[in-house]
Design a binder for this molecule. Sequence first.
Ligand code: ADP
Ligand code: MG
Length: 326
Amino acid sequence: MPETTMMNRKGMVAKILSRIRTDSFHSNYTLLGKELGRGKFAVVKKCMENPSGKEYAAKFLRKRRKGQDCRMDIINEIAILEIAKSNSHVVDLHEVYETTSEIILVLEYAAGGEIFNQCVADKDEAFKEKDVIRLVRQILDGVSYLHGNNIVHLDLKPQNILLTSCNPLGNIRIVDFGLSRRVDNVEEIREIMGTPEYVAPEILNYEAITTATDMWSIGVLVYVMLTGISPFLGDDKQSTYLNISKVDIDYSEDIFEGISNLALDFIQSLLIKDPRKRAKAEQCLNHPWLSSKLEVPKSITESEEEQSESEQNSPDSEELVLMASY
Ligand code: ADP
Ligand code: MG
């Protein structure tokens, strides 16, 4: 095997740089409060690092799943977090621990929780279009960084997009790289994965997965953030899949009341069946919707947040460019 990044047949990355600690997580961290979240094979808990007092989110991942050893899936998740480390909109990986049954990822704590909560909130608590513009720019900044490094996330949905704070509205942290893969020109992944409402038509047709697959999910995500409605959700999985493959979307005025035409145009540039015709992350960042001047809502700015963190980190030049543009 070459020393450079190794890949298995499914586009998983097998080489990590992090030191996997085998001493006791529980002697170095104190668990705080109740769970932050839970998936099929993972539970996420808030914790405090004992000497520093700093808060983190610990993701406990089971190595054995359905009787199979899934350690390499977790190594892939770690490897992708490492590749994305220099992007401020991807959650930061602090440390990794391993026990006989689990791997524990100690992640930056995103105190604002899932954007899902605001997506399903009543109108007065829901995102304003101006908020969505700012947050979507940050999501695209993270995703274009991933795509620039030939990484596809493959599970972009409101439960995997977190906020650094909720009130005032903070900044985006993309999490959950459990399904993420490395794509390149030769390798193709053909398997159904992801979450029914957010999967792209090519996944349903067992066609090749590319970075365009994530762009479809971003189209669904933006629709949900603006309207509170999941555009393809049917009564069951089958009808959801049928709605997706027919690209059956309601763009009617009553759903989009008070939302700009540019926002609509942005969504329509992504929810296109042919992945080759879908806008790419870089193109989306240049879409006029993201530079449209709507009334500025009261929200935390990237610079304010950086200031409060400034004892630990100083922003890098990429961050300064972003700060200037928000
Ligand atoms: P799964 O693969 O099980 O979906 P996730 O990484 O998505 O695992 O984590 C599950 C949930 O835990 C997330 O949807 C979110 O609510 C919460 N969570 C995950 N990471 C963090 C974090 N760094 N800070 C705060 N909450 C988190
Ligand atoms: Mg998740």
